[in-house]
Design a protein around this ligand. Sequence first.
Ligand code: CAP
Ligand code: MG
Length: 413
Amino acid sequence: MGITYEDFLDLEYDPLDDDLVCEFYIEPADRMDWEAAASRVASESSNGTWAELQVEGSVRDLSATAFSIDEEAGHIEVAYPDALFEPGSMPQVLSCIAGNIMGMKAVDRIRLLDCEWPVTLVESFPGPQYGSAVKSEILDAGDRPATATVPKPKVGLTTDQHATVGYEAWTGGVDLLKDDENLTDQSFNPFEDRLTESLAQRDRAEDETGETKSYLLNVTAPGSEMLERVDMAAEHGCEFVMVDVVTTGWAAVQQVRERCERHGLAIHAHRAMHAAFDRVPDHGVSMRVIAQIARLCGVDHIHTGTAGLGKLENEDTEGINDWLQGECHGLTDVLPVASGGLHPGLLDQLLDELGANIAVQAGGGIHGHPDGTHAGAIAFRHAVDAAAQGHSVEDAATDCPELERALEKWGTE
Ligand code: CAP
Ligand code: MG
C-alpha cells in the first residue's frame, strides 16, 4: 500500500512538543467532505500529492497530520513534524505551510490563521535584537510611545526639502523620521544624499532639543545593493534601517537581519503589500502570522495597524500586538507601530486600545497641520504625552495652541 490522502488525517493525534501546529480556515470545494479537504491540506503542505505513492523507509515521518476539524467555525488544525523544516529558513517554512495549498482546488477558500511555533524551530531563528527596548536603549521615549513621522508627499520632495521636513518634525518633538515605503533611491532624492543631509539635520535637532533623535532610512533594494545600503547607513551613524519586508521577501529580510547584527542596527519593518495576503478575511495569510514571521526573522518594529482608527483596514491590532509582546520561547519582543491616517485627535483612543508600549506614526496628521510640520509635530507629541498619562486630547489642548488647531481641523474621529 502506498501513501494516500487518508494517511494525512488522524483525529486522535496528539501533537508532539516539537511539532509546528497551524490553524487554518477552510471552505471545502463542492463534493469534498471536511475530512477529505483537511487531509489534502496536510498532504500538499508536507510530502503528499494527488497520486498514491509507493515509497519505502522513513519518508512517512515527514508527513503532516490534520488532527482537528471544527466544521461550524470552518477551522482545522494541522501538525507538522520538526524534521520537515530546514532550521532557520523562513522561505522553506512558508513553502510548506503557506505554499501550494493556497491554490488547491480541494478548497474554495483557505486562510492560515495562526501558528504555534515549537521551541526547536524558534531557536533556529535570530529574533529581534532590541524589540521594544529601542524606546530606552536607542531613543528617549521611556514609558510613552515612540513617535515617528513620514514626510508627505510620499515621493517627490527634493533631498533638501525632505531633510528640512525632518528637522522641523524632530524639533517639534518627534523621535523618528521615517522614509516612505516607495522612497528608496530615485533621481529627485538620491539615497546617499538623503542619508547624509537628513543625519546632518538630525544632529542639529539633537543639539537644539537635547533629546535623542533617529532616522528610519529605507534601505529596500534588489540583491546585494540592500546590504550595501545597510553598511552605508551604519557608516554614517544611523541606529535603524527600514525595510519593506513583504515586497522584499523573507530571505532578504533574514540577510538584512544578519548584516544589522554586525552593526548593531535595529530594523523597522514596513508591511506594504501585506493586504494582498490578509485583507480578504476568508483567504490568504493572516496579519497575525505575517507578524509572527517578522518577529522570528528578527525585525524590531512592525506596523500592525491602528485598532480600527485611521484610514486603513485592520485585522485585530490588539491581538497581534499581544502576540508580538508575549512570550515565545525566549524571543525578544517587537515594538508594534500604529500608522495610517492617524492625527492628534485619535491618540487618546488609540492608547486606550493599545497601551503605551508602541510607536505611533503620522504623515498627513503632522504635515497637514494648518500651520505646517513644526506645529503639527508639537501637537502630535503633546497629544501622545498627555494620552500616555491618561488625559484626553481635549484636556491636553487647553495648554497647547498647536493641538487646539489640530483638533479644530480634524476633530477627534
Ligand atoms: C502613513 C503611511 C504608512 C501607512 C502604512 C502612508 O501615512 O506612511 O505607509 O501607515 O500602513 O503612506 O499611508 P499617513 P500600515 O499618516 O499620512 O496615513 O501601517 O497599516 O501598514
Ligand atoms: Mg507610507
